[in-house]
Write a protein that binds this ligand. Sequence first.
Ligand SMILES: Nc1ncnc2c1ncn2[C@@H]1O[C@H](COP(=O)(O)OP(=O)(O)O)[C@@H](O)[C@H]1O
Ligand SMILES: [Mg+2]
Length: 164
Amino acid sequence: MASGPRPGWSLGSSHVGPHVVPVRAARGHLLVTVAELIAWGEGVGRAVRPPMIIAISGPLGAGKTTLIQAICRGYGVVEPVTSPTFALVHEYSAPRSRVFHMDLYRLAGPADLTLIGWDEIVAAHALIVVEWPERAGDRLPAGHVPIDLEYVEGDDTRRVLLAG
Ligand SMILES: Nc1ncnc2c1ncn2[C@@H]1O[C@H](COP(=O)(O)OP(=O)(O)O)[C@@H](O)[C@H]1O
Ligand SMILES: [Mg+2]
């Protein structure tokens, strides 16, 4: 979890920028259906400006790709956004900047990060969305926006959305 100011934008923290999540949810969570998650993600996509790194954690099937598809749509990506599980990284174009969607699930080790051009990508003036960000270890830049999706016990239609 990143700490400290995140210049330009925040997810409910009191530092700077508009609150995408209601203030009271700053260190809490929202319980969301898939439709609510998609609507929230589209709003995030409309609000963000590059450079921006959004790191989305959570177990398989939690909704990371679903959320990223919504963020990309809100950001203006018109191409279909598909899971880059095997390619590790997909690049899209949008009016405000390029978009890099990375899925580090199959990352074998730090050498793979170098292979996919990690350092150049995270330094780019772009929107960067990352699934399984913890696999990047300390090479995940400190200024990223952390989002976490978790299952709700006994309810497969909702997820816990933790942001900030
Ligand atoms: N509240 C919810 N939020 C997100 N996904 C949900 C929710 N309820 C059910 N789902 C389903 O869970 C699946 C999530 O898949 P996906 O986004 O690929 O997950 P991940 O990328 O985390 O592995 C989708 O089939 C989606 O329809
Ligand atoms: Mg996924």
